[in-house]
Ligand binder design. Sequence first.
Ligand code: NAD
Ligand code: IPM
Ligand code: MN
Length: 323
Amino acid sequence: MKTIAVAEGDGIGHEVITVARQVLELLHPEYEFFSVEMGYGMWEKTGCPCKDHEIAALKSADAALFGAVTTPPMKDYQSVVLRIRKALDLYANLRPVKGSGFDIMIVRENTEGLYSGIEEIGTDRATTLRVVTRKGTERIAKAAIRLTKARRLLTIGHKANVIKSDVFFRDICIAEAKAAGVPFNEKYIDALALDILQHPQAYDVVVTTNIFGDILSDVASFLVGGLGLMPSANIGDRYALFEPVHGSAPDIAGKNIANPIAAIRSAAMLLTYCGDTTGAMMIEKAIQQTLLDGIKTADLGGTAGTREFGEAVAKEIGRRTKR
Ligand code: NAD
Ligand code: IPM
Ligand code: MN
């Protein structure tokens, strides 16, 4: 039995996570699910987007399923996602990009870099300190190398030609890769962002710093049909949280048109983490079959709503579990 914390967040988070949760409940009726409210909506109601109590609730679960939260670009508003990632020390952000002829795993450092939170806005100048530590780099390099051992190549994405903290990051990643004996290469992040689109088959595991991984994963989502299809896992040594790569998409929220695939795939990654790889594979097959049947949301050129797509996937899973 597993306990799963479910935080829908804001905007389309409510719609896509409802579907993803239903898929998990269908496969694992014995799991215990509980809801955690956090995000911009919570801030509007209470003046606080996430309290210590909610962080403790996430920590109390075996794993968490998370939607997305709205983060307004305000001076004094702290992003809830960033707070969670730091509080649970979810240092490895895994963002798979899989399609015909390519299978890429972006491994994004998730707790430091340009997201250090050490920053200030003055009258004439604003600064953000980019912090890259040895501990932070070694552990993300090791996480990427563990994945590479079962795969074929590690690519280190950086900007060491210009940024000294990236010289530090690059050198540590190379030392770790050499020590582990895994094949590796390296590429400047700007060139990599284009090349991953032109030659996706040339990439396997890609390790990079926080902001570069953030941008690279949105870019790479182009390969699979957009943000509505990209799942992710945030993994630490003690906790794990699964969420789509996309945000709360206020432009389409509340219309039942968001693509729930990214959220459903994130639920599949949660199942793998919980030890049910068969269930995870079944979810992916059910998604593929639903798409083959021509059931698609608007972002993929279809007419199915979020709920209808979810129902079709659930039906497909139902057929497969009865066999
Ligand atoms: P976004 O990912 O929410 O949306 C970008 C574009 O992609 C929009 O046009 C949106 O309609 C579309 N899109 C996203 N998900 C989709 C889906 N499932 N189906 C169909 N179309 C989809 O990014 P944004 O607009 O830059 O940010 C909106 C808000 O979300 C901001 O407040 C931002 O800070 C927040 N955000 C949160 C997270 C998170 O909580 N993990 C991640 C990214 C952005
Ligand atoms: C993501 C998001 C977050 C990030 C934001 C909302 C803090 O863009 O998960 O990709 O930058 O990591
Ligand atoms: Mn992002």
